[in-house]
Structure formats: structure tokens, C-alpha cells
Design a protein around this ligand. Sequence first.
Ligand code: GAR
Length: 208
Amino acid sequence: MKNICVLVSGGGTNLQALIDAEKRGEIKNGRITCVISSKADAYALKRAAENGIKTRVLARKEYDDTVSYSMAMLDILNEEKAGLVVYAGFMTILDKCVCRAYPNKMLNVHPALIPSFCGKGFYGLKVHEAVLEKGVKLTGATVHFVNEVCDGGPIILQEAIPVFNDDTPESLQKRVMEQCEHKLLPKAVSLFCEDRIEVRGNITIIVR
Ligand code: GAR
């Protein structure tokens, strides 16, 4: 059974999707054992506590730089014996020392079809604003492994939805979350926990 540590910064709807999937028995070989927030007031912490999941706060603003914050995060992940680390709306970039300690053991959900609308500066609503500005007709979500390149690790799952003429960043965010992210993230976590994701270079293959 893998210990799943979920990293959050905000509302935590993706965390909720994971909790619900675990309750339905859809995550076979994993258990959410700890939720770690970069912000003390993240609503995600409430969701975790309501479901009896251990919470920890590692406030980004209490650290001067990325490296010292990342080293503190690494200590926590090691303490929690993390078998899988999930970025679920985690808005802080971690140093390579964390990626190197957990190679192909960290997943991120991104609210667009990577390699479009991703990388530094593309997070939360900003992604959907950029999608609407560009006028693309399809958008969606991507779950990928985290490596040293921001949003650059091997892609695991993607799902697309249409962009409508009357979409606002908020309406698009809501549809991408409900129709893509909240389905893909639990599915990817479940595949990972069952050792069904093979990584060959920058490519993943779902086996069995
Ligand atoms: C989600 O849309 C997630 O994909 C995005 O922030 C939102 C968090 O929502 N993450 C990023 O943009 C990271 N680059 P949540 O807190 O309700 O899960």
C-alpha cells in the first residue's frame, strides 16, 4: 500500500476528487496519508481534516528562497514515507532536489493540454485567460510526472473539451475541472498505485 502525500495551495477540489475516489474504492493500492499546504488558510486543509486525513502546513512565505523551502518539504515527504506525491493545485515551484529524490513518483495536474499554455506563469485562472485570448477551440487537462522542467515531465493522461464562444475564464475553469481534472487525477493516481505506468524516456505507457 503506497502512502500518498497530496500537496495543495487553495480550494482543493482536486483533493476532494481524490478523497471521493478513495472512498469509492477506486484507488486500489494507495491511501492518502497526508495533505501538505503551502498556505495556512487553504480551504483544502478543511477538506482533509473533515475526512480524517493528517494535515501539515509548510508556508511558502516563511522561507526566503525555493531551495530552503524545498529542503523543508523534502524532510516532510521523507518523514511521511511518501510512496507518491501529488500536486493538486499546488502553486509553488520546488527545487530539483525534490524531483531527484522522487523521480517519476510525483504527479501534477495542469489545467490545459500540455505543451500548450504551460510553464512558468501559467497557473490557475491565468491558463484559461490565455486559452480564450488565443482563441483555441479545444482545451482540457493533463496529468504528468513532475521533473526539473516546469510542466515538462512525461505526460500520463490528457482529456480535451470544446471551448465555447461565450466562455469566460471562470466558466472554462469550472468545465475543465469537472469534466477533465477531477476524472483524470484519480485515474492517474490509481494507475500509479497499481504500478501500471511505465516510463520510457519522456514517454509513458499504461500497461496491462
Ligand atoms: C486546478 O485547476 C489545477 O489544475 C490548477 O489550479 C487549480 C486548483 O484547484 N493548478 C495549476 O494551475 C498548477 N500549475 P483546486 O485547488 O480546487 O484543486
